[in-house]
Design a binder for this molecule. Structure first.
Ligand SMILES: [Zn+2]
Length: 92
């Protein structure tokens, strides 16, 4: 994909996501284009496989699939809740 097309796609995605990172929901200060299906698994950076993500999430996700990445994020969130002693989180 040409650089110009990438820029337009990123702009469109940022608009669509209300300026928030697709993965963590934090406001995007510098948006990057991220693959949902990673390049290493045959994903291309086209419509339907690209999201706007913050630099941190893009780096963290690496070549994991969306499912693996979301699961890891959820596990980290659960650990955080548990460590903070939230009673709504059941152990085990
Ligand atoms: Zn993020």
């Amino acid at each position: 994909m040409k650089a110009k097309g990438k820029k337009a796609l990123r702009y469109r995605l940022v608009q669509k996501q209300f300026g928030l990172c697709f993965w963590c929901g934090r406001p995007l200060r510098s948006a990057t284009l991220d693959h949902v299906v990673p390049k290493s698994k045959g994903g291309t950076l086209g419509q339907g496989n690209a999201v706007a993500a913050c630099l941190q999430c893009n780096a963290e996700k690496g070549d994991r699939s969306a499912e693996e990445f979301v699961r890891a994020k959820l596990a980290a969130f659960r650990d955080f809740l548990q460590s903070e002693g939230f009673s709504m989180v059941r152990r085990g």
